[in-house]
Design a protein around this ligand. Structure first.
Ligand code: ADP
Length: 473
């Protein structure tokens, strides 16, 4: 691995004037330096992508699929080193990073396959003398802005689909975790991607985001991150009427009914809450327990939490560090706010080690709907618990949020399952499961959790335009 990484522009590594440090959140050690593309590098990347698009859009689906399949096998071949990089820059446990590499690679393979199925439609014409059809074509140059919590998978889900559709991509990864994306850049060179179809720039997010969202050469913005930044990008993109996809924040409910398998539900909560120390947009954020199973669930949950290992992601651990001091402050604020408003601290509640970003798994009960832990994503290992009696109460509380990304519920009643899918205002459901992520999932949310879906059968769709032809035959 290089000591200092430039931007990937037009198939080459380009240096700029300034650099910034990338640090390991476990011990704050410096991993390496990355060049800040600033305005000049960003404009250079846009020009390179626009030029590359002239040829890439003319390639056949077979060619694009071939490049992506080569890329896919290189990612899997380098699984170990990529996983270690993910852990070093994000802090997540190595076992989770290994799963992320496989999950992330699956989007490249899926896009390579779906690429071969891209097609328009020919209608049976209402008039004998006419032929009517539509074709699907790439939207053009795409800007992809990705978050730090899945430094590989959030990139491949966007970049795989965009390239498969025939678009060229400028990627701006998170400044906290750019190295994984840069390793993907190395592999794209090894896979002999045509120059300029995949450019990577790093630097100050507001400055680069401003240029990308206002530049008229960029036809599409695809973003995963906070609702605040998503809304800003949408506003800035409106002047040039860009196609935009947003995968934003969540506030996932996790509901356990009295007829649920309690051990399965506890395991589901461990999966849905503690992956990446609770720092995912689909993390369970509010836990609703039926009054009949509340006590037993709490006992079993605490038993599991006592056994969880906290520490360096590179060692055998279940919970790594939070990503930054700001993340830690948010977690501490949420806990303090809840306690000030009457919550009871049942487990954890403090730093695991002084002067670190390692936080104990924390359980709070007696949660009220006016507390920050109820209203906002805590993005940390906090389990805020509420009790309910009737189904209707749980549904109303679960829907009492402006977000609508993921939700989870545990019950053995099939009729209840159908009515919950109807009544809960969310884009994705884990039913008797704390895991929902797969390339088959049309990933995305309703309400203020975003616009559009990524992955699944329609994975190319956000990167395609439709052209209709009414032909007088
Ligand atoms: P999170 O809180 O999950 O880090 P952010 O929305 O802050 O979410 O970050 C997600 C991505 O958005 C990152 O790549 C980050 O660099 C980028 N980003 C942050 N602020 C802006 C901005 N003003 N314009 C464009 N991108 C931004």
């Amino acid at each position: 691995m290089k000591k200092r990484y430039g931007s990937l522009i037009n198939g080459s590594w380009v240096k700029h004037k300034k650099t910034f440090d990338v640090r390991n959140p476990f011990d704050n050690s410096k991993i390496l330096e990355v060049y800040d593309a600033e305005e000049t590098g960003t404009l250079e990347a846009i020009e390179s992508s626009a030029n590359a698009f002239k040829e890439w859009k003319k390639t056949s689906a077979e060619e694009r699929s071939y490049f992506l399949k080569t890329f896919h096998s290189l990612v899997l071949k380098n699984k170990k080193s990529i996983a270690q990089t993910i852990t070093k820059e994000s802090g997540k446990p190595l076992k989770e990073s290994c799963i992320e590499v496989e999950y992330g690679a699956s989007f490249i393979e899926w896009s390579a396959n779906q690429c071969l199925r891209n097609c328009g439609k020919i209608f049976e014409s209402p008039e004998q003398t006419k032929r009517m059809f539509y074709v699907k074509q790439p939207v053009g140059v795409v800007a992809a802005i990705t978050p730090w919590n899945f430094p590989l998978a959030m990139v491949t889900r966007k970049v795989g689909a965009a390239l498969a559709a025939g678009c060229c991509v400028i990627l701006k990864p998170s400044e906290l975790t750019p190295i994984t994306a840069l390793l993907l850049g190395e592999l794209s060179i090894e896979a002999k991607f045509p120059s300029g179809i995949f450019n990577i720039i790093n630097g100050k997010p507001d400055m680069i985001g401003d240029i990308l969202s206002k530049n008229s050469t960029i036809k599409k913005i695809t973003f995963t991150g906070s609702t605040k930044v998503g809304s800003l990008l949408m506003k800035n993109s409106s002047k040039t009427i860009k196609n935009i996809s947003l995968e934003l924040g969540g506030n996932a409910p996790f509901i356990v009914f009295s007829d649920a398998d309690i051990d399965l539900a506890v395991q589901g909560l461990i999966n849905a809450k503690f992956r990446n120390a609770g720092q995912t947009c689909i993390s369970a954020n509010r836990i609703f327990l039926n009054k009949e199973i509340y006590e037993i669930f709490l006992i079993k949950l605490k038993d599991r939490l006592k056994k969880m290992k906290i520490g360096s992601g590179l060692k055998d651990c279940d919970i790594g560090p939070l990503i930054s001091k700001q993340a830690l402050q948010k977690v501490e604020n949420h806990i303090q706010d809840a306690i000030d408003k009457g919550a009871k601290l049942e487990f954890g509640g403090k730093l695991y080690k002084p002067n670190s970003l390692l936080f104990e798994p924390t359980v709070l009960t007696n949660i009220k709907q006016n507390m920050l832990v109820f209203k906002r994503e805590n993005f940390g290992p906090i389990v805020p618990i509420l009790i309910f009696d009737k189904d209707r109460e749980a549904i109303e509380m679960a829907n009492n949020t402006e977000y609508g990304l993921a939700s989870y519920f545990f019950t053995s009643n099939p009729k209840r399952i159908w009515s919950l899918v109807d009544d809960l205002e969310y884009g994705m459901f884990g039913v008797n499961s704390g895991k929902i992520s797969t390339y088959l999932n049309p990933f995305g949310g309703v309400k203020e959790s975003g616009l559009g879906r990524e992955g699944s059968l329609q994975t190319l769709e956000p990167f395609l335009e439709t052209k209709f032809v009414n032909w007088n035959f």
